[in-house]
Design a protein around this ligand. Structure first.
Ligand code: NAP
Length: 292
């Protein structure tokens, strides 16, 4: 069994990005610029955005953080999005989710110029991804693909079971694993209404678990030699931690890991790749790789 080290892989990719940025700047090119909008003071969002700013520094990007109180109106937030759309110095930007209940997340996502939508949430990017056109691919599924490639895990023709059908993980993951130029696998998507979910998992060469149910995937659901990608990150109380909680994956790691060929740990597997892929998308935005 080999542990897929997302932390080390992400560090390596960030170093590769930093090197490329150095070359771009040395050749007189523009330093990529990522902007982030943060609304309110949600603890989780504050941490994510702080980590994104730190990742920008590590990659040699310029970053701008725009903060607003959670009393900001939808109209004013849309105006801020529009300002970033028109700011020629900003190559890409994100609006950190979730947003306060009085603001429509979908409206905000659709207001972002898809050419700057480095989160890959805009329907144009989602649609282009679905038909295999160049675009920003959302960070978590992109990070999983990158891990599969970097660990030389064969996916073509394999049976891949995806647990979960969310717009940010399950659905795009299924699209990507199915497509010839990415996973080229036979894909089954399971969700809360699926019958025989255990049977589907037992037949899988690759299981990608993204349901947010701690320890859901047990050893009896996994075939010998399978590859296990655990996306789940649920906070569970843990008195041994200073914070009082730990992050728990969707896979019962201790009993599943001896059976498989590759497995991602939680934490340190998929998680670190997510911000790293946002950096990759920002580099692409700076290079105008997908859109002029
Ligand atoms: P989500 O929007 O809550 O969707 C969960 C999906 O799992 C839904 O499709 C749901 O089915 C399905 N599901 C829930 N309980 C199930 C069960 N008992 N059996 C079968 N399917 C079940 O979740 P998400 O946003 O995709 O996130 C999933 C997990 O990944 C969470 O733990 C989240 O924290 C984590 N995550 C991690 C990263 C990272 O960077 N590491 C990024 C994103 C998310 P229905 O559609 O039928 O309701």
């Amino acid at each position: 069994m080999q542990i897929i080290d997302g932390k080390a892989t992400a560090a390596q990719i960030k170093a590769e990005i930093a090197e490329e940025v150095k070359q771009i700047v040395a050749n007189g090119g523009k330093r990529p610029h990522l902007a982030a909008i943060l609304v309110g003071h949600d603890g989780g969002s504050e941490t994510y955005v702080r980590n994104k700013v730190l990742a920008c520094e590590a990659c040699g990007f310029k970053s701008t953080l725009l903060r607003f109180e959670d009393t900001i109106s939808e109209e004013d937030l849309l105006a801020e999005v529009d300002k970033l759309n028109r700011d020629e110095d900003v190559d890409g930007f994100i609006v950190q989710l979730p947003l306060p209940a009085h603001i429509s997340e979908q409206k905000v996502i659709e207001a972002i110029d898809y050419r700057k939508d480095v989160d890959g949430f805009h329907p144009i990017n989602v649609g282009r991804m679905a038909i295999g056109l160049p675009c920003y691919i959302s960070a978590t599924p992109k990070g999983i693909l990158e891990l599969l490639w970097r660990y030389h895990i064969e996916t073509s023709g394999k049976k891949c079971v995806i647990l979960g059908r969310s717009n940010i993980v399950g659905k795009p993951m299924a699209q990507l694993m199915m497509q010839k130029q990415y996973g080229d696998a036979t894909v089954t998507v399971c969700h809360s209404r699926s019958r025989d979910l255990k049977k589907e998992c037992r037949e899988a060469d690759i299981i990608i678990a993204a349901i947010g149910r701690p320890d859901f995937v047990t050893a009896d659901m996994v075939k010998d030699g399978a590859t296990i990608i655990d996306v789940g990150t649920t906070r569970v109380p843990d008195a041994t931690k200073k914070s009082g909680f730990r992050l728990n994956g969707d896979v019962k790691y201790d009993e599943v890991s001896p059976k498989c060929s590759f497995i991602t740990p939680v934490p340190g597997g998929v998680g670190p790749m997510t911000i790293c892929m946002l950096m990759k998308n920002t580099l692409s935005a700076g290079k105008k790789e997908f859109y002029r």
